[in-house]
Design a protein. Structure first.
Length: 417
């Protein structure tokens, strides 16, 4: 199986797909799957731009809307995770995963699926210690605080991934596992990204939860993005002798290393995306404690994993393993006419998510507005006073590599002036 891996998409689907089609022609080969490591930017119309946390000069519709509307169709099965530049309102509709557009599948805030006989897992977002133990309290429309915190990784989603026991073949994260630079040529890295050197030396570059998952899951392949550069590493996993091939890639720009083709042994096709039995059982087991306020999850769950597994196996045998079909939920972008006026400012229930939860006989919780979550949306200062969050913008660390690059560019312009 030939798999293309792409770093940060930034909504530029057209050019990524064209690059892959050119590669196929030149090398007389066929790509079976495209994986994207975040910053996918699945904007369907102008309203989605309001949930995208990017500097103004990066705020653009780009090309995903063509695939959402049906004007274009993805030429390859495409699987992506979320990063820190996303249409967060749309991804929240698909919290458990689902089709963002025909042939384009979002892995969810955390998830595992099968493609052919390969198991592919992923964790969306980036790590920020301040919100890690919080629940998913953010709801659209987002304010200046929640538009940033909504994409911060939560302990609940990592805990679910830590329950995976069966082998994972490929894992996707947006930011890098903490300490991964120890396993590669970090000196070469800092020659081109000099502002990473301090973080590497202080061991703050990367995600602690991702490092925890890397140690537990030990996948043969781990792909990431976020830092807008290519970096490879080889992770040796102690006594068992297993090895993880780590690769981070750049964003889609001319002359940048944003794509890599790998070949993995697998069963013969046809290949298709399917639900993963173990992951569905984990989802069923832990859904009742999905934290939807600032409070952390209570992990004292009583549901037995084996019972969940048997139940899911029976349900899949009856229904089948294919994900529920794609459904559009908002008007599509029209370059000649704005659809922002009259569009919903709040949360929409996605029929895919509703069907998924009905299939697992689970309640729909994503639009739950408890008293404490409403409090966050209406008055972030009340949480500051209670010590739950620190919303002082001067204390917010830079978690956006674009901002780092802008600062570096500004410094260079000042020096050259």
């Amino acid at each position: 199986m030939k798999i293309a891996v792409e770093g940060c998409m930034h909504g530029d689907l057209d050019n990524v797909y064209k690059t892959l089609q050119y590669y196929e022609r030149v090398h007389s080969t066929k790509i079976d799957l495209l994986l994207c490591c975040g910053d996918f930017q699945s904007m369907r119309n102008e309203k989605d731009l309001e949930s995208l946390n990017v500097p103004p000069k990066y705020r653009a519709m780009n090309s995903f809307w063509k695939y959402y509307s049906g004007e274009a169709v993805a030429p390859y099965p495409t699987i992506f995770i979320g990063g820190n530049h996303e249409a967060s309102n749309y991804l929240w509709e698909l919290y458990y995963g689902g089709w963002a557009a025909p042939n384009i599948y979002f892995l969810g805030f955390a998830g595992v699926i099968k493609f052919g006989n390969l198991r592919i897992g992923g964790l969306s977002g980036i790590y920020n210690a301040r919100h890690y133990h919080s629940g998913h309290y953010e709801r659209p429309p987002y304010n200046e605080s929640t538009i940033r915190s909504v994409y911060h990784v939560r302990e609940y989603d990592v805990h679910k991934l830590m329950q995976v026991e069966e082998p994972i073949d490929i894992f996707l994260s947006h930011d890098w596992p903490l300490g991964i630079t120890d396993c590669g040529d970090w000196k070469k890295l800092v020659r081109t990204k000099h502002f990473f050197e301090k973080e590497i030396q202080e061991r703050t570059l990367g995600s602690k939860p991702a490092a925890k998952l890397l140690e537990k899951l030990k996948p043969p392949y781990w792909f990431a993005a976020h830092l807008h550069c290519k970096f490879s590493a080889l992770v040796q996993h102690g006594e068992d002798g297993s090895v993880t091939n780590f690769l981070a890639l750049d964003k889609c720009l001319p002359g940048r290393k944003f794509l890599q083709i790998i070949e993995i042994e697998s069963e013969l096709g046809p290949y298709e995306i399917q639900y993963d039995e173990e992951w569905l059982a984990i989802t069923r087991r832990f859904n009742s404690i999905l934290p939807l306020t600032t409070r952390s999850a209570n992990f004292g769950v009583n549901l037995d994993m084996e019972d969940c597994r048997r139940w899911v196996k029976s349900r899949l045998r009856t229904r089948g393993v294919k994900p529920f079909e794609f459904t559009r939920t908002v008007p599509c972008h029209n370059p000649s006419k704005s659809v922002s006026s009259g569009s919903s400012d709040g949360y929409l229930r996605n029929p895919q998510t509703e069907s998924f939860l009905q299939f697992l006989e689970l309640p729909y919780l994503l639009d739950n507005m408890s008293e404490s979550s409403s409090e966050v949306l209406s008055s972030p200062s009340s949480l500051i006073n209670r010590g739950s969050l620190n919303d002082n913008s001067e204390d917010i660390p830079i978690d956006d590599v674009d901002e780092l690059e802008e600062l570096a560019e500004d410094d260079a312009e000042t020096e050259n002036a």
